[in-house]
Ligand binder design. Structure first.
Ligand code: ZN
Length: 218
């Protein structure tokens, strides 16, 4: 028997015994089986800003709705349940695309450059201390030279590491990230997105976590 058919059969059995058997159905399995049964994945439209879009006019959280045209292309919308206004997802992306790219770069600058940057600062401080010690406190010359050499070497390596990674990060864009990464970043860094349907404006409101990591951008 085909694997998906097996899963479907299993689900049918589980559900038909739901009254007396606790139905422990893995959600992902359920979605897969359903997608297979109906030929399309009806509840798995990937709303990028799921639960994040708010109507600026009335302050309501927008609902998710979609339409599939005869050419097979599906359009995703965020709809205000009170004002009955719609905004296409791609329109929101058009408005905040640059902010999303910035978000990705900020994320990686924080994740990948924070530690080497901190170390770089520490090494620079140590070198300054050594120079001071050598100039004013008759620090042993051999020791001074040896330490300066070690620190200079490390500083050079750190500079190279930082500048190489920084270059890579500058070339990153939001849509070069995997779907999971996109979702994770939106979840962590965007509190919500205010959409003003009348004024045709879209404004992302960031989380405090995002404000925190933004301090590391240099
Ligand atoms: Zn509204």
């Amino acid at each position: 028997m085909d694997r998906m058919l097996e899963i479907q059969q299993m689900l049918t059995d589980t559900l038909s015994h739901a009254d007396h058997t606790p139905a422990i159905v893995d959600e992902e399995l359920w979605d897969k089986a359903n997608a297979n049964a109906t030929g399309r994945d009806f509840r798995k439209f990937h709303y990028l800003f799921k639960g994040k879009v708010w109507c600026d006019s009335c302050g309501c959280e927008c609902e998710h709705t979609s339409t599939t045209k005869s050419n097979g292309i599906t359009y995703l919308y965020y709809r205000c349940p009170t004002c009955h206004t719609y905004m296409n997802e791609s329109r929101i992306i058009h408005f905040i695309g640059d902010s999303l790219d910035d978000m990705v770069r900020t994320h990686y600058i924080y994740e990948d450059l924070r530690k080497p940057k901190k170390r770089y600062q520490l090494v620079s401080d140590e070198m300054r201390e050594l120079i001071y010690g050598y100039s004013y406190r008759s620090l042993d010359e051999d020791y001074y030279r040896k330490m300066m050499e070690i620190y200079s070497e490390e500083k050079k390596e750190l500079e190279e590491t930082i500048s190489k990674r920084k270059q890579e990060i500058q070339n990153m864009i939001f849509f070069s990230q995997s779907a999971d990464e996109q979702k994770a970043m939106i979840r962590a860094y965007i509190d919500h997105i205010n959409v003003d349907y009348m004024m045709n404006t879209v404004e992302p409101i960031y989380t405090s976590e995002y404000e925190r990591i933004q301090k590391y951008v240099f």
